[in-house]
Design a protein around this ligand. Sequence first.
Ligand code: ZN
Length: 123
Amino acid sequence: MSATGVDTEHFRERLLEERARAATALEHLHASNAGSLEARRTRCRATTHLAEMASVTVEREIDYGLEESFEHELEAIDVALARIEDGTFGACQRCGQPIGAERLEALPYVTLCIDCKRIEERG
Ligand SMILES: [Zn+2]
């Protein structure tokens, strides 16, 4: 139990599961990127169609976005695991209030309570 009354052992397990899932997804993404890139090169040798090139650019951006979001997720999970270690897990990083077990259950690596999240989103 942490100072905020959160069952950190439960969330440590959840975070490790999420971490494995995100790492696997990232690996698959890298593997499929390598494969499709090779297919595109072959296609480009045959014909350099402008429209096709445009669609490839869009696809690349989508792949990059996905890859980036998994990388951010992994980072956030590592931060959350470190916060379990130092006993601050479950407390909002902005106001220090408990984030809430329900919110942590949905997203175990969040660092802000719902109120602070709303304030940050408003800017
Ligand atoms: Zn807060």
